[in-house]
Design a binder for this molecule. Sequence first.
Ligand SMILES: [Zn+2]
Length: 417
Amino acid sequence: MRRTMLALLLTAVVLAGCSQPQAAAPTAAPAAPTAAAAPTAAPAAPTAAAAPAGTPDDAAIMSAIQSTLDDYAKAYNDNDQTLLESTVDPGNAPIRRLIEERFNTFQASIFGGGINWRFTVKGIERRDLGFVLAHVDRQDGGRADWIFSQVGDRWLLSEPTEKQLGERYTFESEHFIYQAYHWSDDVNQQVAELMERARAKVIEKLGTAPEEKYQVNLRPIFGLTPPSSPGALAWYQAASRPRGDRMQINLPGGFQFGTYDPAVGWQEDLFGTLAHEYTHLVHTRSFPQYYGLSDWTIEGLAEWVSDNPRAGEVSAAVASGKIIPIINRDNLTAPQDLDHLSLLSQDVSLGYGLAYSLVAYVADTYGGIDGFWKLCGAIRAASGTGEARYDKALQSAFGVSYQEFDAGWRAYLKQNY
Ligand SMILES: [Zn+2]
């Protein structure tokens, strides 16, 4: 699974070259009034007739969306869940759940209360069924493309329902079969090209990939069957037979996608997500003997292959001494450590960044990807649990104790983040 990234494009981002259509700009010269030929004025028609009721102009929609975004930012800054709820379409339960759970995840994280959020609508595009896609810039330079719908006199965060999307259709590329919706026809083919590039990237890093065609489900909204975890950008489901395997991918053009750097476009973020999920598939199908040993080996490898260090989050954690340990025995029922990343109750995104750093540390220190597989094999062979098991595995693979390995990793974090 690939998780959303909380943070943080800390560098200034130049917006020049942004190719997003800016629907707010007038796209056509105003039509010449055909009545102009008519001789001198008939009694003036009421001027309001130019904007028929029910179709507000782009400027009015943008203004209403900005007002919603101001409330949304204030809700984040004041940790005000009631205000947050007022910014979301009350008639769409899945999108409410998504937006509220991401809010709660942020407020519980080490960044909660520490960021002054601001969101600015830069342009809109009208979509089918009365929805509007808004291009939204965040104060740190991140870009989001969110769907709004009109509720009374307001424009609120929303998305179409699964029923409104209609039937799925199937198409193929050289190595994959896709299930998609026409709602996202503007991106479906691009995703197929990115998926083939992601496969090449995984082969470059891991040396191999299966030849069979696997299925990729393209998800343009959050509220689809099967339900998605609100923290997930994408996930991989292994079936009992390879033919049943699925990669489930959240597409850009909705709240489920998260934010991206507009200077490089959403394509690069999505490429990383595809490489991450396909790494899980290759790990499962091509290296089954090294799969499922501990959470950090699974997620760390996928982040390492997709070059996703989450450096902003890891740097902040290193600077504040909030490193999630590899093994933590304080809570035996739900250990809060990298060995049990899937049980973390907060800072999951940071956990992914630290898992990446562990794989990078092993690869940089102990002989590249072969060193990582060697450690996986030693973990598999070692008996016991917790630190004792790691101690045996690390002695066998690299001739170091768990304590030495842990100290080496922490020094690596200080040097590299
Ligand atoms: Zn994953």
